[in-house]
Write a protein that binds this ligand. Structure first.
Ligand code: NI
Length: 201
């Protein structure tokens, strides 16, 4: 879920990060990944769905699909995650070796409610290898900033059932944690699978 203000700010941030990075491209003939050189991402150490710690360096050598959201999100997050993970599953079906080369990661922007046990149930519903990460309010704020994700509680909602507006991005990062591409989270599984494999070496 996100409101228009967040959407516009988020898009402007991304555009400002991307401007000047890439020469004009011609769609599928593009040789340079769309996010090459963008200032998005970085190191993190967060708490995973099993209660242990997971760091970006745990995934060195693997591509990463990273999506930020929250498990209580009533509509957008579950639909995006389902599409992204269906796309990944399709790509894996076409090339079983991909399973070792790519790690899907869900990072909550609602750490107060998304405790490890809550995330464990949630991520299992989308893909058997999807990792769910949470942390302190401060840790999540720091990671979200690095990954250009804006979010905020809706103050007009009841205390227990509040909604959180948040940026919506399906990121593909490379084996060294470098940004590679934005996945079409509202596309078909085939379109998502194509975009995942397009940039993998
Ligand atoms: Ni959401």
């Amino acid at each position: 879920m996100m409101n228009k203000f967040l959407s516009v700010v988020s898009t402007m941030l991304l555009l400002s990060l991307l401007s000047g990075c890439n020469p004009a491209s011609s769609g599928n003939e593009q040789s340079e990944p769309p996010l090459a050189g963008a200032t998005i991402g970085g190191s993190f150490t967060l708490t995973n769905q099993d209660g242990g710690k997971s760091s970006d360096t745990d995934f060195t050598g693997q591509y990463r699909i990273i999506y930020f959201g929250y498990s209580y999100c009533p509509d957008v997050c579950p639909v995006d995650l389902q599409r992204l993970m269906q796309g990944l599953a399709l790509a894996e079906k076409n090339d079983p070796t991909l399973a070792e080369k790519i790690q899907p990661i869900f990072i909550t922007i609602d750490p107060e409610r998304d405790q490890p046990e809550q995330l464990k149930q949630y991520v299992a519903a989308f893909h058997p290898r999807l990792i769910g990460l949470t942390g302190s309010v401060e840790e999540i704020a720091e990671v979200a900033k690095k990954y250009v994700i804006i979010y905020g509680k809706r103050e007009d909602e009841g205390a227990s059932e509040y909604l959180v507006d948040h940026s919506r991005q399906g990121y593909l990062f490379g084996p060294d944690g470098e940004p590679v591409a934005l996945l079409p989270y509202d596309g078909t599984p085939q379109e998502i699978a194509d975009e995942i494999t397009r940039w993998m070496r």
